[in-house]
Design a protein around this ligand. Structure first.
Ligand code: BES
Ligand code: MN
Ligand code: ZN
Length: 493
């Protein structure tokens, strides 16, 4: 646990203090000295409290101290997402001025419809995400380039009532950070079996999580032809990771989670251009999200059953690689004509989707960095959602609204289904026409779903990115916050 909870009384001893300032409201219950400073700035007209405004001031008569004043806009327009982003920015500002600690006066961020519990959760979540860094491979002698670990204190006027929500925020962010670290690992450090080891460690840590890993011989015997096909070009064999969390009643149908685990995607024989190919180390971010979600669920002791299935493989060209034109027999028995070895995600997912239905899940959510086309459609702003079920899809949309991870649903009409017909096999792995790449990929996945409510999340645009208000450059843990929001609601029902 990276953050510490502290009392408002201790604010006077803090070195760096973040205070939320709205255009209309006033910071509550700070010390008289600090309140006087804020008033003075407001009177001068230098402090307006507008959204995104950020000032550092150095109050006199109060030891060594920086006040970071964070504009929140009009208090009646304030929402949780604005609080999250503002706290992220305050932490960023601290780092810029080489300060490695911050105390957030949480109550000052609770204005308008944002209650103190919400603000505490938002601060814990955004703070935990913002202080994350991936520096495992910076040598000690490069210490000057290494950022010291950040100490984050959350000050609350009234602790007890709001600790639960605060902890929830922190636990969800830690799940996301776990997913980010897995995502950030390069292909040579995290091949399919290394990913399986990470899942096994998770199982060791939490008694309610059981992990099983199917290695290549078992996959062959049981007929995982699509997964084996994709993995056949690499010296690192494919695996299928099965991660079960039992927090609910025995016999209660589990929620099914599937995550694409391509630890590196070169495109295979249909090789990708070399520009930005390094980014294909992130092609297992769906798998990472599934593990992050299961970790958070176990940490929160959610009263639900979950089953996470991760098909993991490395997509490389070689003398043993699968080829364009190959026909694979999937676990479902359906044959697949491989017209492009770079459309590998949907192949490994096909077998995983077939397999997970043996657990009789009440619904299936898959998370995958599946198509470049989703970036064309939605940029890096939203997750692409495709579903066979309006109710489940609407539930995920509500979770998106509250979690701050956006989704946008795309249609799945028969005309799209027609595009993946094959002349020689049951289905082709790419569309016969250009356009709607995200939807035709989904139409392919749907062939492996036997009428169970299913939501496909294409996270190719959101799973990694440039540094922003909250995230540093690299993997974002996309999907963890969204699905945790949905699961927490489901657990309350
Ligand atoms: N992993 C990629 C999708 C991807 C591309 C994610 C760019 C993030 C950025 C996936 O395996 C892939 O290569 N998809 C192809 C499908 C095509 C061959 C039908 C794509 O999107 O170009
Ligand atoms: Mn690919
Ligand atoms: Zn891929």
């Amino acid at each position: 646990m990276a953050i510490k909870i502290t009392d408002y009384k201790n604010l006077s001893k803090a070195e760096n203090i973040a205070v939320g300032i709205s255009e209309d409201g006033f910071a509550r219950s700070l010390s008289p000295v600090l309140e006087a400073e804020i008033k003075r700035l407001r009177q001068l007209g230098d402090l307006k409290g507008k959204k995104d405004e950020l000032h550092i001031i150095y109050p006199e008569g109060k030891g060594p101290c920086r006040l970071i004043l964070c504009g929140l806009g009009k208090s009646h327009d304030l929402n949780i997402e604005k609080v999250r982003k503002t706290i992220g920015r305050a932490i960023k500002k601290c780092r810029e001025i080489k300060q490695w600690n911050l105390t957030v006066a949480v109550d000052s961020f609770a204005l308008g419809s944002v209650k103190i519990g919400n603000a505490a959760q938002a601060a814990a979540l955004a703070g935990t995400l913002a202080i994350y860094q991936y520096c495992e491979y910076k040598s000690a002698h490069k210490a000057e380039e290494k950022i010291p670990p950040f100490k984050l204190y959350l000050a609350l006027r009234e602790k007890t009532a709001n600790i639960r929500q605060l902890k929830q925020g922190e636990i969800i962010a830690e799940g996301a950070n776990f997913a980010r670290t897995l995502g950030n690992h390069p292909g040579n450090r995290l091949a399919p079996r290394a990913l399986a080891k990470e899942a096994i460690s998770l199982g060791r840590k939490y008694p309610k999580i059981t992990v099983r890993v199917k290695q290549k011989p078992e996959l062959s015997k049981q007929g995982f032809g699509a997964l084996l096909g994709v993995g056949s070009g690499s010296i690192n064999p494919p695996v299928l990771i099965e991660c079960v969390y039992k927090g609910g009643k025995t016999g209660q149908a589990p929620v099914g989670l599937v995550g694409k685990g391509i630890t590196f995607d070169s495109g295979g024989i249909s090789i990708k251009p070399s520009a930005k190919m390094d980014e294909m180390r992130y092609d297992m971010c769906g798998a990472a999200a599934v593990l992050g979600i299961i970790q958070s669920a176990a940490e929160l002791k959610l009263p639900l059953n979950l089953v996470g299935i991760i098909p993991a493989a490395e997509n490389l060209p070689s003398a043993t690689a699968y080829r364009p034109g190959d026909i694979l027999t999937s676990l479902s028995g359906q044959t697949i004509e491989v017209l492009n070895t770079d459309a590998e995600g949907r192949l490994v997912l096909a077998d995983a989707l077939t397999y997970i239905q043996r657990f009789k899940p009440d619904c299936i959510i898959d998370l995958a960095t599946l198509t470049g086309a989703v970036i064309v459609a939605l940029g890096h702003i939203a997750i692409g959602l495709v579903s066979n079920n309006d109710k489940l899809s609407d539930e995920i949309k509500i979770a998106a609204r509250d979690s701050g991870e956006r989704v946008w649903r795309l249609p799945l009409w028969d005309e799209y289904r027609d595009l993946i017909k094959s002349e020689v096999a049951d289905v082709a792995n790419i569309s016969s026409k250009s356009g709607a790449g995200t939807i035709t990929a989904s139409a392919f996945l749907e062939k492996f779903i036997n009428s169970v409510p299913w939501v496909h999340l294409d996270i190719a645009g959101t799973a990694w990115g440039e540094a922003g208000a909250i995230y540093s450059k690299g993997a974002t843990g996309s999907g963890v916050r969204l699905i945790m929001e949905w699961l927490m609601r489901k657990a309350e029902k």
